[in-house]
Design a protein around this ligand. Structure first.
Ligand code: ADE
Ligand code: ZN
Length: 340
């Protein structure tokens, strides 16, 4: 079996996926029409043509505009269900997805509508597609910690549906330490903690995410490689890095896909794995991300197997589910060695 097919058909987990970033233009138009909301684009082609970014902020401006057509529970259900069907086609058997409640509540949409639709689709994903999932609520770092704390309070009635909290949006100028209090509350409540860090921001932001927020997983983390002591620490603590190659390319974190640091991360002993981030905006779902780095870096069979294994090892599955998923992957990898 060639290595592209190996990655394509392998059971895998996706741990870095913004559900609002999986919003395909076709569905965006359909929901906009249903809700009688006007989009500033005339066609699907016009929307796709606008997806040309030179940095994170340029993308975020369009991403918040896109999600503004989501108003009621059904919209969030349809969005999430569309992602799950696409993920199933890529042989994702477990996903941990982000949502941005503040991107909705600040437009007057009820927290309950957003989380209700998303979690109902995730439950259906388990039953109808066999995909297990976790839900991670992100705070928007360009807003204040007071606003994050208010969102934390709003989330209280729904805590049984939330597995973790994260931090996303504009990184530069918004260090993780700004959110130490709200993360301390989430830790006390027993939630998993993650944060975007080192995507555009400096290694210091990764240190802060680890030390001040106590996260156990770093989303992106590319710039951590600039700091040897930081790499050594993350390698020794088995801190997972949820890496997003096509996102890095589209947001100009790297110039060419051949420059992607995924192999350097593995060689440094980091628990890196592959994700799609915002697949509708960045040109591909998780398998397309595997294919891009396999082709550009000529990854070996062993490197690909490591990335796939890391997708489960870095997850927040409980120990027995994790062992079962890893056994499934091992069985797949073993039979793939003998397949044509
Ligand atoms: N929100 C959605 N995608 C993001 C990314 N790649 N970085 C920061 N915030 C985001
Ligand atoms: Zn992200």
């Amino acid at each position: 079996m060639n290595l592209i097919n190996l990655a394509t058909h392998a059971p895998k987990a996706e741990l870095h996926l913004h559900i609002e970033g999986s919003f395909e233009p076709e569905l965006m138009f359909e929901i906009a029409q249903r809700n009688q909301v006007k989009l500033p684009f005339a066609s699907v082609e016009e929307i796709r043509a606008a997806y040309d970014f030179s940095n994170l902020q340029e993308f975020l401006d369009i991403y918040y505009q896109g999600m503004s057509v989501l108003l009621v529970e059904r919209d969030f259900y349809d969005l999430t269900w569309a992602y799950l069907q696409r993920a199933a086609a890529d042989n994702v058997i477990h996903c941990e997805i982000f949502f941005d409640p503040q991107g909705h509540t600040e437009r007057g949409v009820a927290f309950a509508h957003a989380i209700g639709g998303i979690s109902r689709a995730l439950a259906d994903g388990q039953i109808r597609l066999g995909i297990s999932s976790k839900l991670i609520m992100c705070f928007l770092r360009h807003l204040s910690e007071e606003e994050a704390l208010a969102t934390w309070e709003e989330a209280q009635p729904f805590l049984s549906l939330i597995d973790g909290v994260g931090l996303d949006s504009s990184e530069l100028g918004h260090p993780p330490s700004k959110f130490a209090n709200v993360f301390a509350k989430a830790k006390q409540a027993g939630l998993h903690l993650v944060a975007h860090a080192g995507e555009e921001g400096p290694p210091e932001y990764v240190w802060e995410a680890l030390d001040d927020l106590q996260v156990t997983r770093i989303d992106h983390g590319n710039r951590a490689l600039e700091d040897e002591a930081l790499v050594a620490r993350m390698a020794s603590e088995n801190t997972c890095l949820t890496v997003c190659p096509l996102s890095n390319l589209k947001l100009c974190v790297i110039e060419r896909i051949e420059d992607h640091p995924i192999r350097d991360m593995l060689n440094a002993g980091l628990l890196a794995m592959i994700n799609s981030d915002d697949p509708s905006y960045f040109g591909g779902y998780v398998n397309a991300n595997y294919h891009a780095v396999i082709n550009a870096l000529d990854l070996t069979r062993s490197e690909i197997e490591t990335l796939l294994r890391n997708s489960f090892i870095g997850s927040f599955m409980d120990d027995s589910d994790k062992a079962e998923a890893l056994a499934k992957l091992d069985a797949y990898v073993t039979q793939a060695r003998f397949a044509k």
